[in-house]
Design a binder for this molecule. Structure first.
Ligand SMILES: [Ca+2]
Length: 302
């Protein structure tokens, strides 16, 4: 039993894919340690026992699907190793899976062991569970290509890893409605969302160049937050508001000189920038301390 049909979706059953909601075994946040000492050759399948148990869970889900005819498509979890996993949430209106978290340093280091997310003044940004930064659009796109070369067998047949389009990003960030901000319409943001709040205003030196911050907001984190601790929305996605700006697949305009960025970052405090419809862009080779990305699993281009 390796592949079977669920509605229009061919679902792979067996290592390293697991149905996360039905099978908690192997479910992890992105807080695991940094990657191993080499790249592609270190990507491993789940241990056989875990695979067997997860397959059993999916088998039960199959029975449920046949009986009820309306079980939801499960989220998926792709193993980078027996310790590090990449989680994707099913987004029904888009018929894609969206990365539950921004890509972490630990995950990115499987692709590029030498990459460092550096520091911002004295503040570390290179911990394993912080989002990767100092990655260009080209780096992010190459990471998706690396996933496709090494782990395409871990996702449903006919699907691929790629960056989200900005339209997709807006749908899963807004939970499909017309809210003004990723958490809803009220202001200021909940403290669980990582923006430039009062936490950075009392340091010995002022980390913020223009000495402005989001009054009334204190997320307790000066730079990037762990990807599993920033801004959970109702669809189960972390960090779609704040933490790091996220590269999207699209060109910004017809001149094709810049790629779209969405979501704002830890250094933003302006309501008009944090608004969910706000767009930004940067040249594809640009990188800085505020830009990262997330990955989606979507139907492959023909
Ligand atoms: Ca973000």
């Amino acid at each position: 039993m390796n592949n079977w049909m669920y509605g229009n979706f061919k679902v792979h059953v067996g290592p390293p894919l697991a149905a996360r909601r039905l099978c908690p075994i192997g479910s992890r946040t992105a807080s695991a340690s940094r990657g191993p000492t080499s790249e592609a050759d270190k990507v491993a399948a789940l241990p056989n026992l875990m695979a067997f148990l997860c397959s059993a869970c999916v088998f039960l889900w199959m029975i449920c699907s046949v009986g009820a005819g309306q079980c939801p498509v499960p989220d998926i979890e792709v193993a980078l190793s027996d310790e590090d996993f990449v989680d994707f949430i099913w987004v029904a209106p888009l018929s894609i899976w969206a990365g539950k978290y921004e890509v972490s340093n630990a995950q990115y280091n499987y692709f590029d062991r030498a990459h460092e997310s550096k520091r911002y003044y004295d503040h570390v940004m290179d911990l394993s569970d912080q989002p990767v930064v100092y990655v260009s659009w080209e780096d992010a796109n190459n990471y998706c290509g690396w996933l496709n070369r090494n782990l395409r067998g871990s996702i449903p047949s006919g699907y691929e890893f790629r960056l989200p389009t900005e339209k997709e990003w807006e749908v899963f960030a807004s939970c499909g409605d017309a809210r003004k901000y990723p958490w809803g319409d009220r202001w200021p943001p909940p403290n669980s969302f990582n923006y430039r709040g009062v936490e950075g205003s009392s340091f010995i030196y002022n980390i913020f160049h223009n000495q402005r911050f989001l009054s009334g907001h204190d997320d307790g984190i000066v730079v990037t937050a762990p990807v599993g601790e920033s801004g959970l929305n109702e669809w189960g996605l972390f960090g779609v508001g704040g933490n790091v700006w996220e590269w999207c697949l699209d060109w910004n305009d017809k001149s094709q000189t810049a790629r779209v960025l969405r979501g704002a970052g830890w250094n933003n405090y302006e309501p008009e920038i944090i608004a969910i419809t706000n767009r930004s862009a940067a040249k594809p080779d640009r990188s800085n301390a505020m830009i990262g990305f997330r990955v989606v699993v979507a139907p492959a281009k023909k």
